[in-house]
Design a protein around this ligand. Structure first.
Ligand code: SF4
Ligand code: SF4
Length: 432
């Protein structure tokens, strides 16, 4: 694609990066077929190619974002399915990240939209606040129907629908500390405690720590770690995201220097995609660029790390698992077969759903901010998953677990909970 940026515009490193990305797009449109919003809405402006044109036009003309651009960029799930499909290697992720930053800096959103975003950014990354908010949701639940009918308040209805009725007690695994290896030590890793996950499903990191320590790996939960920054990053709040990234980089590199780390283990693929991108996010910060790149190399999804441990083949379990590959896992991190291979080796019968490339509609806070599209995608996903007649659905991202669980009676677990069970741990509570 030809671009017409001035030398002055290209002096801005963000614009220079976006220009390089834009030039790679040949407008072939292959990406439209696999874009969940285009498939759902059928509007070219809700396709990757349409959004690329909108972003190009806005940046090239140095214009502040307008309502049209915001509408169509907000509808993008950042699922990155388009990146998997694109034959030209267009880096849509970094382009849309830049567009979101530009929107945040140049566009004043309507009052309720601003309020919802401020609320989400002030609550979700902080486990204590999030826990309190979930408890408060019980008081708001009777008003969900009213919120759903009032324009601008739909996100509050979506929040109430997603809030679990029972909030589990905090797990000791979420506290900083070291979990020693059982028997001979064969490795040492840090685990990302996370922000929403330890509140909603502490059993995921519990299972990870049990499994890894049984396999001879020491697991440290370092003090001082914060939310990975993904949530605010996807809202275009770059400074807040970079601050979180810098803090985590310092925390993890301190561990590298003190006890050594083979990996930083991440059990939510949404967070994994962001942490693996810290090197890029902090590339313009001379004090952190190199350190962040080191952290990104150390970041591993738990299944990537488990695959290096040569787990033995287990006896067949007669449990059928349908694997839902989170977008951040398959498109963001390009981890596709590994989790399924681990589950098969662990003795499970593994099935793939139809349209596995399509997003379930969770996408961070998308299911709150865009509830209508999100509901359609969830219904489509659940139909495809249930058609495989599974005993249990497995996935590697808390967002997908929360989203899909509100649409089906089939239990849904994190892959690592099943692996922990198969390799000597307890049967997950979610399985009858
Ligand atoms: S598939 Fe790639 S090159 Fe083709 S229109 Fe989409 S982003 Fe552009
Ligand atoms: S990230 Fe997903 S929703 Fe956004 S344009 Fe690409 S395929 Fe479509």
């Amino acid at each position: 694609m030809q671009t017409n940026f001035t030398a002055e515009q290209l002096a801005d490193p963000h614009v220079a990066t976006s220009e390089t990305i834009l030039r790679k797009c040949v407008h072939c449109g292959f990406c439209t077929a696999t874009c969940p919003t285009y498939v759902t809405l059928g509007n070219e402006l809700d396709s990757p190619r349409g959004r690329i044109y909108l972003i190009k036009d806005m940046l090239e003309n140095g214009r502040p974002a307008d309502e049209q651009v915001v509408t169509h960029i907000d509808r993008c799930l950042s699922c990155l399915s388009c990146m998997t499909t694109c034959p030209s290697g267009v880096d849509y992720m970094h382009l849309v990240d830049h567009a979101r930053m530009h929107i945040e800096n140049t566009y004043r959103r309507p009052f309720w939209d601003r309020l919802t975003r401020n609320l989400l950014a002030a609550v979700l990354p902080y486990p204590r606040r999030f826990r309190l908010a979930l408890r408060a949701a019980a008081l708001g639940r009777p008003f969900a129907g009213v919120f759903k009918r009032v324009k601008g308040l739909e996100p509050f209805a979506a929040m109430l629908a997603l809030a679990p009725r029972h909030v589990p007690k905090p797990s000791p695994s979420a506290r900083p500390g070291t979990h020693p290896a059982t028997g001979a030590k064969r490795g040492r890793v840090a685990i990302l405690s996370g922000c929403a996950q330890p509140v909603l499903k502490p059993e995921i990191n519990d299972a990870t720590i049990r499994l890894l320590t049984r396999l001879g790996v020491e697991v440290v939960a370092p003090a001082g770690e914060v939310c990975c920054g993904s949530l605010v990053h996807h809202m275009g709040r770059e400074e807040q995201a970079l601050e979180a990234a810098r803090r985590n980089v310092d925390v993890w590199l301190r561990e590298v220097e003190h006890g050594g780390l083979d990996a930083i283990i991440i059990t939510a693929s949404g967070c994994g995609t962001t942490i693996k991108d810290y090197g890029f996010m902090l590339r313009l910060d001379p004090a952190y660029a190199e350190k962040a790149a080191r952290v990104s190399v150390l970041a591993k999804d738990v299944t990537e790390y488990l695959a290096t441990l040569d787990l033995p083949q287990q006896e067949t379990k007669r449990v059928t698992v349908t694997y839902h590959s989170a977008c951040s896992m398959q498109h963001g991190q390009k981890i596709t077969t590994l989790p399924k291979t681990l589950l098969k080796n662990a003795g499970f019968i593994v099935r793939d759903p139809a349209e596995g490339h399509l997003c379930c509609g969770s996408a961070g806070t998308y299911n709150i901010m865009q509830p209508e599209i999100s509901e359609k995608l969830k219904a489509r996903k659940v139909k495809n998953l249930e058609a495989t007649k599974p005993d249990v659905i497995a996935t590697g991202n808390i967002g997908c677990i929360t989203q899909i669980a509100t649409g089906t009676e089939v239990p849904i677990l994190h892959t690592v909970e099943l692996l922990d069970w198969a390799y000597g741990g307890v049967k997950p509570a979610g399985l009858a």
